[in-house]
Write a protein that binds this ligand. Structure first.
Ligand code: SF4
Length: 108
């Protein structure tokens, strides 16, 4: 059986968030597709996928240093996931769909 893909989450400082970042993270954990494992904090391995949860479009946490933590990133900037506007209650589901697509693409 193939090892689970590691998913890590990073947050912005949250000075003026337009979304509830912790709730989004909880919802991501609750609907993570099969084959992915959510890890807490920076570990010794590069994450397969990083999820950057920024509270607004300024996306201050999106830095070069951050990019090196994961092979690929999904960016949440307020109610926008990878440049696509999403209702706040659907952000986690949109991310789960992206993760499923990554898994599918890697099987092809
Ligand atoms: S991304 Fe927005 S909410 Fe987060 S720290 Fe920057 S300005 Fe504040």
């Amino acid at each position: 059986m193939e090892a689970a893909k590691i998913v890590g989450i990073k947050y912005c400082g949250g000075c003026n968030p337009r979304i509830d970042r912790s709730r989004v993270a909880e919802e991501i954990g609750a609907c993570l597709p099969e084959g992915f494992q959510l890890v807490q904090g920076k570990g010794p391995v590069v994450w397969d996928v990083g999820i950057l949860i920024c509270g607004c479009a300024v996306a201050c946490a999106d830095s070069c240093e951050l990019k090196s933590l994961a092979r690929g990133w999904i960016r949440v900037c307020g109610p926008v996931v990878d440049h696509e506007e999403v209702v706040e209650g659907r952000i986690a589901r949109a991310i789960a769909e992206k993760l499923s697509k990554i898994a599918l693409d890697e099987c092809l």
